[in-house]
Design a protein around this ligand. Structure first.
Ligand SMILES: [Zn+2]
Length: 664
């Protein structure tokens, strides 16, 4: 029952795919000839020209971000090499040493710039008394000094990175106890390392402050749709890619998600309204409650004595995602923009510095105001212009092509599309209002991908003719069309080496030209999988405490999505699940191929009653226990119709965490 994404290392089979008859890589404009050891081609002329034009545009526009990213540096380890206990790399800054040069043709210069800024690491003073560890994780750890100890804002993604960051803080600023922890929002890069603080301070010694709804949002995000999101996240973050100028260079927010051991803590103090005030360890704090913005549960916090505002991830130095490419529900652009305006009205007049959960701070009152205005405006601009264009009859594809930012926003680097993009965010707004159907009758019931591909290839004149046309499009630098044609060719004939090869090369050039790091990683991962097959996931498991924090209801809701409805259609059953240690009973009812569940009293008419412990359940989820353990364990027993129960288990489908994406 491996149906929880973060429940351990997925044992994905390595599919070795050999691409036959690859043509010899052409020389790039800069003369970098030949495929690299990973099979990646150089940038082709069109890509190099496009990136050259970006470089020209950048010149003269670039603000002093290089200085700002270095400002206040107190200490830096030359090499940050963080590993798990068994030696697995969690974070290694040396992997990005290649960024220390001029942008190569194979990276959009604007993304290269962001990638270099995100590679700056160390301990920095924001203002006297407020510090940040940056570049030790995807996210920042911020520190506010109190009378007797320090407040830690966002203890990073994993215990390993948080421990390294705390070590750096203590080495430089001296050892002090942690007097409070703030989780700014429900994404794991802002709480997963909390156990490192408990190790240092003692469990429960420092109160944890979080936005209302934190725990539920934090643990639920990956339960229901986790397998698909996990698979797609490998594309979005370039998991299998080498860190090279033809591979992964950045993720837009920071270098990449940190691996390691993820933990969670239950909040002691919830922020559920704006204007809420706390004073802890002599530090006065004014909170903003900003749910349903960048995260379902999010807060920001103003420190009046420092004239400093922590904007969490409500604002950052990139256009963020209204929709994330790993797959997620679309966020509310209007609520997000409104929350930024609320923050501006509450705090901007008293703010001399903004420091956030990602990227480097914004210093100066006028700069802070301008930063907030641009952040506020960009999401509402995308929202309003998408609906304006839709009202002219444009569909999502046309809107994505047509929408453009005015220079007044387009030349503001802090809202450029390094993470989210204008194109996919506009599609997200369309989707939020109109859903998947664009209103064109031919799109109501289209042929599925494989059938469509076979028919297109037939209409074009066969597989060779299709590949030839894709090659012709590639040769002229029309990579989007080349990819479209080659995608049909691969889905019609997945073993055709020439089809796979031209598709991989087309994706690659699209990746090289992308300003958005997730776009680059999506394309390059596509090319990588076409050439090398699907690599086993390098996901590192959630700690048991995250699994223990997930309400059992959520597991049963997810279990229902594994039931093969047609097979179960006539297998109407009732089962009780009695969790002996936590005193919870859940009743499962199967009817018409649908599994319902409710928490409550055991059903009298159950076919079987399962007694088990929450711990055994967690071990099942972590794949530390299987069917054999069920038969022999004292923590698991069945009373009633065992055959019916095992028959039900047999109708639960094992999800495929390595399903194919770029091939049928
Ligand atoms: Zn984050």
């Amino acid at each position: 029952m491996a149906w929880l994404r973060f429940s351990g290392v997925a044992a994905g089979a390595m599919l070795s795919v050999l691409v036959a008859c690859s043509p010899v890589p052409g020389p790039s404009a800069s003369g970098e000839a030949g495929a690299d050891p990973h099979g990646a081609w150089p940038a082709q002329r069109t890509t190099a020209e496009m990136n050259g034009a970006v470089a020209e545009w950048l010149e003269g526009l670039e603000p002093d971000d290089e200085d700002l990213a270095q400002r206040g540096l107190l200490a830096r380890d030359d090499l940050v090499d963080i590993r798990t206990q068994d030696g697995q790399t969690v974070w290694n800054t040396a992997a990005f040493a290649f960024l220390d040069s001029a942008p190569p043709d194979s990276v959009n210069p604007s993304l290269w710039r962001q990638a270099r800024l995100n590679a700056v690491h160390g301990l920095f003073e924001v203002v006297p008394g407020i510090y940040q560890v940056r570049g030790y994780d995807l996210a920042n750890m911020s520190i506010v000094e109190g009378e007797n100890g320090r407040i830690v804002i966002d203890p990073l993604t994993s215990v390993e990175t948080a421990r390294a960051a705390l070590d750096l803080v203590e080495r430089e600023l001296g050892p002090r106890p942690v007097s409070a922890v703030i989780f700014t929002h429900s994404h794991i890069d802002h709480f997963g390392g909390v156990a490192a603080i408990e190790e240092a301070t003692g469990e429960g010694a420092a109160p944890v402050i979080a936005p209302a709804g934190f725990l539920n949002a934090a643990v639920s995000e990956n339960v229901m749709a986790g397998v698909v999101m996990g698979r797609r996240a490998r594309f979005m973050y370039g998991g299998p890619l080498p860190r090279t100028a033809r591979g992964h260079v950045d993720s837009g927010l920071g270098k990449h998600p940190a691996l390691g051991t993820h933990t969670i803590a239950e909040p002691d103090i919830l922020i559920d309204r704006s204007g809420q005030i706390l004073e802890i360890d002599g530090v006065r704090m004014e909170f903003q409650y900003a749910p349903e913005t960048e995260a379902p549960a999010e807060l920001t916090v103003f420190f009046p004595d420092f004239e400093a505002w922590c904007g969490a991830e409500l604002v950052s130095r990139t256009m963020h995602n209204l929709y994330t490419l790993r797959g997620a529900q679309v966020r509310d652009a209007l609520a997000w923009s409104a929350a930024i305006e609320d923050a501006r009205r509450m705090f901007a007049g008293r703010t001399n510095v903004i420091f956030n959960s990602h990227h480097w701070p914004v210093w100066g009152r006028a700069e802070a105001e301008a930063f907030l205005v641009a952040q506020r405006d960009v999401y509402k601009y995308i929202h309003d212009q998408t609906l304006r264009l839709a009202a002219q009859g444009l569909g999502p594809d046309e809107i994505a092509e047509e929408i453009a930012l005015p220079d007044t926003l387009g030349e503001v680097f802090a809202v450029r599309g390094y993470y989210g993009t204008l194109k996919h965010n506009a599609r997200a707004v369309y989707q939020r209002y109109f859903g998947w159907y664009d209103g064109v009758p031919a799109h109501l019931d289209p042929l599925p991908r494989i059938q469509a591909a076979q028919r297109y290839v037939g209409a074009i004149g066969g597989i060779e003719a299709t590949v030839e046309q894709a090659e012709a499009a590639f040769a002229t630098g029309d990579y989007r069309w080349a990819a479209e044609l080659a995608q049909h060719a691969v889905f019609a004939e997945p073993d055709h080496g020439g089809a796979r090869d031209v598709l991989a090369r087309s994706y690659e050039q699209l990746g090289y030209g992308a300003e958005s790091a997730p776009w680059r990683d999506v394309y390059l991962t596509g090319a990588h999988e076409l050439r090398h097959g699907i690599a086993a996931s390098d996901t590192v498991g959630a700690g048991a405490e995250i699994l223990d924090a997930i309400p059992l209801d959520m597991f049963f809701a997810a279990l229902a999505t594994r039931l093969d409805g047609l097979r179960a259609a006539r297998a109407d059953r009732v089962f009780n699940f009695v969790f002996t240690d936590v005193g919870e009973t859940h009743v499962i009812v199967i009817s018409n191929g649908v599994m319902h569940h409710r928490r409550g009293n055991a059903a009298d008419d159950a076919d079987a009653t399962v007694s088990l412990t929450r711990n055994f359940w967690t071990r099942l989820m972590r794949q530390e226990a299987g069917l054999l353990d069920m038969l022999g364990s004292e923590d698991f027993s069945v009373d009633g119709d065992r055959r019916a129960l095992y028959g039900f288990f047999g109708m639960l489908e094992q999800p495929d965490s390595d399903f194919p994406v770029v091939t049928p």
